[in-house]
Ligand binder design. Sequence first.
Ligand SMILES: [Zn+2]
Ligand SMILES: [Zn+2]
Length: 103
Amino acid sequence: MTSRPPAAPMPIEIRNLMRARQHPARAVDCPHCGAHDRRPCFTRTGRRMTDPHPGRVAAWARASACCPTCQVEPTIPCHLDGRELPHNSVHARRYEEAEVTAA
Ligand SMILES: [Zn+2]
Ligand SMILES: [Zn+2]
C-alpha cells in the first residue's frame, strides 16, 4: 500500500474567484430585472445569473465612484460633450474606479 500525497491546497486564484462571485454591483437595485437587496439578477426566463446585468453594474459604478474620464461625483451621470451618455451607461474607467472603491 502506497501512501498517497496529501490533497493539494486550493489555488489562491480559485479562492479569489469564489469570493468575487458576490459581485459588488449587487449593492444596488437592478434597473433591468428589478433584483434588489443583494439578490442576484435573473434572466427573463427566471434563471439566476452569475453576473449582474450590465445596467446594474453601470448603476453601481455611477452610485459609488467618481468618473475619472468626465470628472463627475458619485451619483452624477457620465457625460460627453455636455450630454449624458445614452442608456445610463458610464465610462469604462468609472468601472475600474468603482472596483477600487469596493475592494
Ligand atoms: Zn438584473
Ligand atoms: Zn464619465
